[in-house]
Design a binder for this molecule. Sequence first.
Ligand SMILES: Cc1ncc(COP(=O)(O)O)c(C=O)c1O
Length: 369
Amino acid sequence: MSRHARHLDRSGPHNPFPGLKALERKLGREVPHRLGSNEGLDMPHQALKARFGDELATLARAYGDAEAMDVRQRLNTQLGTPLEALVIDAGADSLMALALRTLCDPGSTVIASAGTYPTFSYFAEGQGCHLVEVDYRDAPGVLAPDLDALAARAVRDNARVVYLANPDNPSGHLHRDADVLALRDALPEDCTLLLDEAYHDFRDDADAPAAGEVWSGVVRLRTFSKAHGLAGLRIGYAIAEPGLVEVMHKVRIHYAVSSLALAAADTVLDHPQETAQHVRDVIARREALAEHLRTLGADIPPSATNFIAVRLPEAELTARVHRELLDAGTLVHRPAHPALGHVLRISTLEDALEPGRLAALERALEAQH
Ligand SMILES: Cc1ncc(COP(=O)(O)O)c(C=O)c1O
């Protein structure tokens, strides 16, 4: 039974512009005279050079490598993931849209947790899917996507895609791989688990062999926006079965990832120690902030990400604290979904630890005790 959209169940469409880099790899030699792709290769770029330096001007003039081979090779070396199981696109969000385009027909049922990272439902509805939501497990000590409920609903509604963020946004909860794979096993045969691993790099076991594994029936999404600090450049990758990656390429916008983003991803991947140190610093700050707020009585479920979730007794109070923080110049996140209206999500930057920065929250916590 085919997992992807029905109209993609044929040999085409074929990408009309695989690009010069792909041609060079196919020919096994360089093509030095680039007269076939109508870029502005002779643009002097005085202004760009003055602002950003020569290298950006050089990168800017030419289309990047649509196959992102250098990034994929680095990921292959570092994670062990086969090249043909890797697809690079303009961030995890773009990959999410790409996965939906690849997997769903209009009217396909997709399942998500009510209040999880909302881009999935936004894109799914924009594409004519039928969105079904299930509640979180929201109980003392735990705020987490409910894997049993996701599986049961997927079976009941014969879903095409189930979305799970792991670690989750906004709860920060990390499900163990074994539990995620048990969810995958419980889904209908032609249902794909869209596993959003945007915060993967903050996991304690981020370097374990499982990190690079291709899991059948699962599309794993990763990003360079978080641990690697490249959110503004828009680049991420997916790990999926080669057959599915091939179909994804049919509907991918082939030059969506800029040459600069590709070069930046190469550079950060070549300096893993800097990323590793950054992740350690973020985790130390996260734990310090959680500890500080817990001493004031805050209910903070464990987080495996670069943020904490603060669960308040009710939504009205949470909205008030959110507003007061904003009035004082501090934006934290309050999920728009009513199911998680009692949650505030706070990025654990150094700024969050500044004395007084979260004063409105601290006042609300102290007033409860
Ligand atoms: C769970 C989750 N997925 C995806 C994204 C977006 O990632 P990207 O910047 O790579 O599109 C975010 C960003 O907040 C996120 O929290």
